[in-house]
Design a protein around this ligand. Structure first.
Ligand code: NAD
Ligand code: IPM
Ligand code: MN
Length: 350
């Protein structure tokens, strides 16, 4: 391989520090990468009063991709840590498509009692730059007894249309069930979500080969449990996509298996790859965090960088480790350590 990709790495907090170094070893086993490691996160906050130095986004801009672990610390309010590091990256680099696949692998048990032969293979496509996460609003009478907080969701036709179009294109590219489900709450939220539903109808008409359904989010949550096998591509707003992708993660066995790609499909800016899970303070430092979500995210990164064969190698190695069932962390019912699992994956790659 001639081309060395330049990867910006933010291991971040908690279990992020455990999974990212192993993720780099997996990447190194299938390709050639130059890493820039940034020590940003909660320790940086304790040291300096901010999660990352001023101008940190400009440091990330030249990277071919960003590889991130997790952000969040029990002793710092979450809105401070997340708005100080993770969320600005998604917004600044217009990573509007947050792609979160959920596949039930052989050897992994779903908490649901599935009918024999039933498979779960879906992907939640989450709008990642606006909607309920727009951070528009404020406090009035701050910390007074009559305090008022306003948090406005922002839906733009452009923002809705591009994420829905991304979902349809993905359904075509996957070439599986060729189905897109759109999730809103337009029975209660009569503006933004209505614009979403209308836009979904318009874009859908351009894809006659893809079947569609529109679900309200409460019914969608229920149907994820009732008929998970029926979903292919699911497209949702920022908040609904966040919630639904935790459900889809556990449907296929564990948060420790759920990857995500934060994509700028126009490639104007670097995209970011990170596990769906957080810093998991309840298990951090114990050496038992499941690193596979991070490895799957690394495979998404390889795919994005135009290295589909390398991505395939990683995905196949993970699938083998799961099917064998010998090296599994406790979240999957095993007794192995994080490092054991990583070694098992690396052995299959070699
Ligand atoms: P979490 O995802 O960190 O953990 C939820 C549960 O899943 C915990 O019981 C944890 O032990 C388990 N879990 C998660 N990942 C696992 C893995 N790889 N292997 C085994 N078990 C795993 O969510 P939380 O507890 O709600 O949040 C903890 C902190 O992380 C908070 O500060 C939160 O804001 C932050 N957070 C950050 C991100 C991110 O950086 N992308 C995502 C979610 C939460
Ligand atoms: C995720 C996380 C983040 C989100 C939090 C930590 C802000 O839950 O990536 O799913 O809601 O986007
Ligand atoms: Mn989440």
């Amino acid at each position: 391989m001639t081309n060395k990709f330049n990867i910006a790495v933010i291991a971040g907090d908690g279990v992020g520090q455990e999974v990212i170094p192993l993720g780099k070893r997996v990447l190194d086993a299938v390709g050639s990468f130059e890493y820039r490691d940034y020590d940003w996160g909660s320790e940086h906050y304790f040291r300096t009063g901010s999660m990352a130095p001023e101008g940190f986004l400009e440091l990330l801009r030249p990277a071919d991709a960003i590889f991130l672990g997790a952000v969040g610390h029990p002793e710092i309010p979450d809105h401070v840590t997340l708005n100080g590091l993770l969320l600005p990256i998604r917004r600044k680099f217009d990573q509007y498509a947050n792609v979160r696949p959920a596949v039930l692998y052989d050897g992994v048990r779903s908490p649901l009692a599935l009918r024999k032969g039933e498979k779960i293979d879906m992907v939640v496509v989450r709008e990642n730059t606006e909607g309920e996460y727009a951070q528009v609003g404020g406090f009035v009478y701050h910390e007074q007894p009559d305090e008022v907080a306003i948090q406005t969701a922002v839906f733009t036709r452009r923002g809705i249309e591009r994420i829905i179009r991304y979902a349809f294109e993905l359904a075509r590219k996957r070439n599986k069930k060729k189905r897109v489900a759109s999730i809103t709450k337009s029975n209660a939220q009569g503006f933004g979500m209505v614009l979403w539903d209308r836009t979904f109808q318009i874009v859908a008409s351009e894809y006659p080969d893809i079947s569609t359904e529109s679900l309200l989010v409460d019914a969608a949550a229920m149907n994820f449990i009732r008929r998970p096998e029926s979903f292919d591509v699911v497209v949702a707003s920022n908040l609904f996509g966040d919630i639904l992708s935790d459900i889809s993660a556990i449907l296929v066995g564990s948060m420790g298996l759920a990857p995500s790609a934060n994509l700028d499909p126009t490639r104007r800016f670097p995209s970011m790859f990170e596990p769906v899970h957080g810093s998991a303070p309840d298990i951090a430092g114990k050496g038992i965090v499941n690193p596979l979500a991070t490895f799957f995210s690394a495979a998404q990164m390889l795919e994005h960088l135009g290295l589909p064969e390398a991505a395939e190698k990683v995905n196949v190695a993970i699938a083998k480790v799961l099917a064998e069932g010998k090296a599994l962390t406790p979240d999957l019912g095993g007794k192995s350590t994080t490092t054991d699992v990583a070694e098992a994956v690396l052995n299959h790659i070699r």
